[in-house]
Design a protein around this ligand. Structure first.
Ligand code: GDP
Length: 322
């Protein structure tokens, strides 16, 4: 068992919840930065049964002084920066907030680490959205970036800040370029959870249709529970690095829908309505990751296929709504 301390920004999000659980199981003291909001943000920690085990520290990644205090209070050996405005769709409506949180916020966390304890290890939640208009069929650590949303642009800043702090100050900093990862704890605005929630509602007679945008988009979807293990493995290496975390399989939104409807014995065509309201000003048509480096160096491989993941999500939504 470990006696280390971890500090997690974004602890109330999907990945924050799964990572907290993983680290608690390994014996870490887990500290999370809680940006006070008027809505209930602790439901994910509650669902995983760890609400009481995570030490919550008031703060915000846009507030450097709160991060410095959190670094001191937590005595963090490892810092996981998962806090972000994480929904691509909203980033066109809130480009400046997105830039402050997803771009400048990363520098705030890195500065707090550098000032308080430069030996602490750092993980940055980077994203396949940085590849955007893809420059290679399979995207790896060496594929050039071409972001297609204010979200992708801001995340690219965070990615390069992480690389730069590693190269400038010798900080053990890693950037995990995670492809889409989903779970029953995914926010409802993301397409997978929107679909599994919609399917559950239709199955239970609570709704008749499901309105979606571009269902020809393709994504490389994995299970968030598998992906947080890769985050931890990165901070355990002798040096920091950049790693693509993906399944290596790409699937259309249409096919993902089919899996969800089929799981409850229904048909996509009977219920899905295309609504241009959900189209994006610029689309990322396809993402397909090459996780060879993560496999070779970290010994990491995804364990959950999309069919199993979709079934898990639909069943969870059926339980919640029943
Ligand atoms: P993203 O890859 O981080 O943007 O994850 P999302 O789950 O939000 O979107 C994945 C893909 O699904 C994108 O290409 C969207 O354009 C597409 N999509 C189609 N219909 C919808 C919808 O109703 N909501 C969302 N969120 N995405 C949709």
């Amino acid at each position: 068992m470990s006696n280390k301390n971890a500090l997690i920004t974004g602890v109330t999000g999907q990945d924050g919840a799964y990572l907290s659980k993983l680290l608690l199981e390994k014996g870490y003291g887990v500290h999370g930065i809680l940006a006070r909001r008027s809505t209930d943000t602790l439901w994910r920690l509650r669902e995983l049964g760890i609400e009481r085990d995570v030490h919550l520290i008031d703060g915000d990644i846009t507030d450097l002084s709160s991060l410095i205090r959190a670094m001191e209070a937590s005595k963090a050996d490892e810092v996981y920066n998962l806090g972000a405005q994480s929904f691509v769709g909203s980033s066109w409506q809130q480009p400046l907030v997105t830039a402050q949180v997803d771009g400048v916020g990363v520098i705030n966390v890195l500065e707090a680490l550098r000032v308080v304890n430069k030996d602490a290890r750092f993980y940055q939640a980077s994203t396949s959205e940085m590849f955007g208009l893809i420059q290679a069929e399979h995207q790896s650590e060496t594929t050039p970036f071409y972001p297609r949303s204010p979200y992708g642009v801001a995340k690219l800043m965070g990615h390069w800040a992480t690389v730069n702090y590693r190269e400038s100050f010798g900080i053990h900093a890693s950037s995990g370029i995670l492809f889409n990862h989903e779970s029953p704890l995914r926010g409802i605005e993301f397409v997978t959870r929107k679909v599994t929630d919609g399917v559950a509602r239709i199955k239970l007679g609570l709704a008749k249709e499901l309105r979606l945008g571009n269902i020809d988009a393709r994504r490389d979807w994995g299970f968030a529970g598998d992906y947080v293990e890769a985050m931890w493995l990165m901070t355990q290496q002798p040096t920091g690095g950049d790693y693509v975390v993906a399944t290596g399989t790409t699937t259309t939104v249409r096919e993902m829908c089919r899996l969800a409807f089929e799981h409850v014995g229904l048909t996509t065509e009977d219920h899905v309505v295309i609504d241009p309201k959900f189209y994006r000003p610029a689309e990322v048509d396809v993402l397909l990751g090459d996780p060879s480096k993560a496999k070779q160096v970290l010994g990491w491989e995804p364990k959950t296929d999309l069919k199993t993941l979709v079934a898990m999500m639909v069943d969870a939504d059926l339980r919640r709504l029943a």
